[in-house]
Write a protein that binds this ligand. Structure first.
Ligand SMILES: Nc1ncnc2c1ncn2[C@@H]1O[C@H](COP(=O)(O)OP(=O)(O)O)[C@@H](O)[C@H]1O
Ligand SMILES: Cc1ncc(COP(=O)(O)OP(=O)(O)O)c(N)n1
Length: 283
């Protein structure tokens, strides 16, 4: 009899098959946040908490923490393309989340590669400025973002300041949110989710899909630690789409995830701290 030595072999895919589960793969294309609250790190935590396999294409390194962003180093566009090729030619993702994309050349490469590989279930978080006030998308990249990436996305998820910048008017009420969603839908032919986190009353979001609006209700949670909320929500929505849920259902489940992570109150750092992705680990 052969006695095996070393670590026991666990064949994950065989186990998943035995349990009747399939391994769902989600790719995030975003910037790195070394402090772990936003960007790639928030996305990978979210995807893993959804029990899915996370992959990442890094568009930029940022030096940031809960107090702000002190530096940004963009990835060369050719190297963004190389990362995308490495992922798509080997492990094809069931959904893709796009976050910080920095500049027009990076945007161009991402749009071209995603179309080339016929990527599906794409959620675009049009990250422009961090909550702490640093620009994460160059001024001259907004045009490329709307022309090249909006058309490939199944959903675009601006927050209030991003929606204001894209629409050209200020948003102060639910009525303004509806007007902004209609404007963006009609201007760019994209499904949009306007996030209400930056308003002062409740935290309802508005999904505008195929020309119709649907409110995703949300109570405001008393937690000053909101670093990475937008990154987390868009990744959670991508996970829903990857699982084959409808857009509306994916957004509702994403909202549940973000609310849970906010309610679980993690208090790290001296500024706006990160979310608690461990909130549903044992459920
Ligand atoms: N204090 C809060 N209470 C409940 N939900 C919130 C709160 N702050 C943000 N959210 C939710 O987090 C998600 C991300 O929204 P938002 O913070 O506006 O995006 P961003 O991080 O892009 O600025 C949305 O679903 C929003 O409603
Ligand atoms: C690398 C990186 N990407 C995105 C953001 C912005 O994160 P977001 O969740 O949209 O919002 P805030 O964390 O700024 O509230 C970031 N800071 N860094």
């Amino acid at each position: 009899m052969k006695i095996s030595s070393g670590k026991p072999q666990i064949h994950t895919s065989a186990l998943l098959e035995k349990w009747g589960l399939v391994l769902i793969k989600v790719l995030t294309i975003a910037g790195s946040d070394c402090s772990g609250g936003a960007g790639i790190q928030a996305d990978i935590k979210t995807i893993t908490a959804h029990k899915m396999y996370a992959m990442s294409v890094i568009t930029a390194l940022t030096a940031q923490n809960t107090k702000g962003v002190s530096g940004v180093a963009d990835t060369a566009p050719e190297f963004v393309a190389e990362q995308l090729d490495a992922v798509f030619t080997d492990i094809f993702p069931d959904a893709v989340k796009i976050g910080m994309v920095s500049n027009p050349d990076i945007i161009e490469v991402i749009a071209e590669r995603l179309q080339h590989y016929k990527a599906r279930n794409i959620v675009l978080d049009p990250v422009m400025v961090s909550t702490s006030g640093s620009r994460l998308l160059s001024e001259n990249a907004i045009d490329a973002l709307v022309k090249k990436l909006f058309p490939v996305a199944d959903l675009v998820t601006p927050n209030i300041p991003e929606a204001e910048g894209l629409c050209g008017f200020s948003i102060r009420s639910h009525r303004d949110m509806l007007l902004a969603a209609e404007t963006l839908y009609n201007r760019f032919y994209s499904n949009v989710l306007i996030k209400g986190g930056h308003l002062l009353f409740d935290a309802a979001d508005l999904l505008y899909e195929n020309g119709k609006g649907a409110w995703i209700p949300g109570e405001r949670i008393n937690n000053p630690n909101t670093h990475g909320t937008g990154c987390t929500l868009s990744s959670a929505i991508a996970c829903g789409l990857a699982r084959g849920k409808t857009l509306h259902e994916s957004v509702c489940r994403g909202k549940e995830y973000i609310s849970g992570a906010l309610k679980a109150q993690l208090d790290l750092g001296s500024g706006s701290g990160p979310l608690n992705h461990m909130w549903n680990l044992y459920s």
